[in-house]
Design a protein around this ligand. Structure first.
Ligand code: HEC
Ligand code: HEC
Ligand code: HEC
Ligand code: HEC
Ligand code: HEC
Ligand code: HEC
Ligand code: HEC
Ligand code: HEC
Length: 317
């Protein structure tokens, strides 16, 4: 009796092979429930020559393929409802508000699902499934993460702003200084500089005054909390770790200058106090903004660091 209760029901298929799963995706939910397959066995049909007919009718007419399942969400759901892996990324099926509809990127608006007059979000609104249909795209698989419509995007949130107003959601990013066309976004400069700095043909920069007269780290601390920080706490209080925001003793100051010249970079310090501050180690500028190659080092590099082996520019290790 007990054995019967624990038995996962009549499983006629001892083992369902991948071929069969790809041929009959509509049976995947039932096979899973019956224990004939495990979730890990759900086959991946994307970007695959031999799996076109999981979604299209066989034999495949590449010129005019016909879909096997009218309801796209149902098709995707055969495989993707199972682990509920995606429920957190975005709700689907919801109606689109007028306001959002107006602001939406037309490229996405076109792909809303549902009847005219009552557009709603579907999987294909955001996922351009056709990208993975084309053989010539297969090489791009890694680049086209989740075949997001209009992608690839530089950041995970890129797609979101095709529909949601960027201003309502974006964390102000002081380092977004160059637009998609390579043009410098001069408004951003004014977060830190009094005027938009200019760079002369001889490499000199003018109008670089900062919006704070001293304690330059304030520029960054409005947006960044940096505790704990590499090399120890950067607490300006008196506990723990080396406080790097200090005026370097003469030995280190000389060493910094020597290394900066040797390594072709700058290690700027506060003008009046001569103290180290955040931008001594981090370049706050985007690549393409600063023309002087030494001052440009570190722009958009990992953690915006001015050098990969940073410590040895100040410490004689
Ligand atoms: C995961 C399901 C799925 C797989 C796998 C799949 N397709 Fe598609 N395909 C679709 C859907 C859904 C559409 C309709 C897209 C739309 O309406 O925007 C489509 C559309 C197409 C179109 C018409 C799009 C156009 O550009 O006009 C072609 C051609 C196509 N698929 C070929 C293929 C080929 C060839 C393969 C195999 C290499 C394949 N598909 C694999 C789901 C799939
Ligand atoms: C036959 C099962 C099956 C069907 C049908 C299916 N998928 Fe998938 N899909 C998978 C599997 C398996 C993966 C790989 C998951 C993983 O690696 O975690 C995947 C991956 C994906 C990914 C990420 C791929 C990447 O390149 O990053 C997206 C997005 C996706 N599917 C969307 C869809 C959409 C939209 C549909 C419906 C048009 C659909 N899938 C239909 C099984 C399926
Ligand atoms: C509003 C846009 C949007 C809609 C609608 C949407 N997705 Fe996604 N989906 C995304 C984004 C963005 C990602 C990439 C998340 C990331 O970077 O990890 C994603 C990732 C995925 C992945 C890859 C799994 C992962 O977490 O990386 C799968 C599978 C997937 N979506 C399936 C679906 C299915 C199935 C539907 C319809 C039921 C759907 N998506 C509807 C935006 C959407
Ligand atoms: C294709 C358009 C589209 C894209 C792309 C999109 N959304 Fe949405 N999102 C909607 C719609 C439509 C609603 C329903 C609310 C409405 O109409 O105002 C919504 C609602 C939401 C909500 C619920 C809160 C609210 O404002 O009502 C959140 C949170 C959300 N989206 C986050 C995201 C994120 C994060 C991304 C990027 C991964 C994203 N959206 C991409 C269309 C989109
Ligand atoms: C987050 C704060 C911040 C923003 C935003 C910012 N800067 Fe700066 N900028 C600084 C700091 C700090 C310095 C001094 C240290 C240095 O040279 O990197 C500086 C120095 C400069 C210099 C002198 C570099 C050299 O040759 O020595 C130029 C030129 C400059 N910025 C241009 C710009 C422009 C143009 C923008 C807008 C696209 C901009 N900055 C945005 C903080 C910022
Ligand atoms: C207006 C807000 C703002 C200001 C001011 C600001 N930042 Fe940022 N910073 C951001 C945002 C948003 C990101 C994340 C986006 C990115 O990675 O480009 C970031 C990323 C960074 C990173 C990379 C973090 C990582 O994990 O890769 C560093 C380092 C950094 N900022 C240093 C600075 C320094 C130094 C200053 C002052 C000269 C500064 N920031 C001023 C908003 C700001
Ligand atoms: C003495 C050099 C130095 C100074 C000064 C410095 N940093 Fe850093 N910072 C680093 C290094 C090195 C890393 C990278 C650590 C890593 O890769 O784990 C880092 C990492 C960061 C990160 C990324 C944190 C993360 O989560 O990965 C931010 C943001 C940052 N610093 C902001 C600041 C701010 C703001 C200041 C000024 C208050 C500052 N830093 C001063 C050397 C410095
Ligand atoms: C821009 C120059 C600079 C960089 C880069 C730098 N330091 Fe320092 N470091 C200093 C200065 C200045 C002091 C304070 C020395 C003093 O007051 O005698 C210091 C002090 C220290 C101390 C305390 C040592 C002592 O003698 O009290 C440690 C530990 C330390 N740094 C580790 C690091 C590490 C690890 C890195 C790389 C992540 C690093 N530093 C990068 C300039 C720098």
């Amino acid at each position: 009796m007990l054995v019967a209760l624990m038995w996962p029901g009549p499983v006629s298929l001892a083992a369902v092979g991948e071929k069969q799963l790809l041929a009959q995706p509509q049976r995947i939910p039932a096979w899973l429930r019956a224990g004939a397959i495990r979730p890990a066995q759900i086959p991946d049909p994307h970007w695959r020559e031999e799996a076109c007919t999981t979604c299209h009718r066989a034999p495949l007419n590449v010129a005019r393929p016909r879909r096997r399942f009218r309801d796209t969400e149902r098709l995707c759901g055969f495989c993707h409802d199972q682990g509920k892996d995606h429920v957190h990324v975005h709700p689907v099926g919801i109606a689109v508000s007028r306001r959002l509809l107006k602001g939406m990127n037309p490229g996405l608006r076109e792909h809303l699902q549902g009847r005219a007059g009552r557009p709603r979000l579907g999987c294909l609104t955001c996922h351009d499934i056709r990208v993975q249909c084309r053989r010539e795209n297969f090489r791009e698989r890694k680049l086209r993460h989740a075949f997001l419509r209009g992608g690839p995007y530089r950041s995970r949130t890129g797609l979101c702003y095709a529909c949601h107003p960027r201003r309502a959601y974006a964390r102000l990013d002081a380092h977004a200084q160059v637009d998609a066309h390579g043009q410098v976004i001069t408004n951003t400069c004014l977060l830190c500089h009094r005027k938009v700095p200019r760079q002369l043909s001889d490499g000199r920069a003018v109008d670089t005054e900062l919006v704070v007269p001293d304690r330059y780290s304030q520029l960054c601390l409005n947006c960044h909390e940096v505790l704990p920080h590499p090399g120890g706490d950067l607490v300006f209080l008196d506990k723990g770790g080396p406080n790097h925001l200090v005026r370097p003793p003469p030995g280190i100051a000389r060493y910094m200058e020597k290394m900066a010249t040797r390594n072709g970079l700058i290690l700027p310090r506060e003008e009046d106090s001569g103290e180290i501050y955040c931008a001594t180690c981090h370049n706050p500028h985007a690549r393409g903004v600063i023309r002087n190659p030494r001052a440009a080092r570190g722009a958009d590099e990992p953690k915006r660091l001015r050098a990969r082996f940073l410590c040895e520019n100040c410490h004689d290790l």
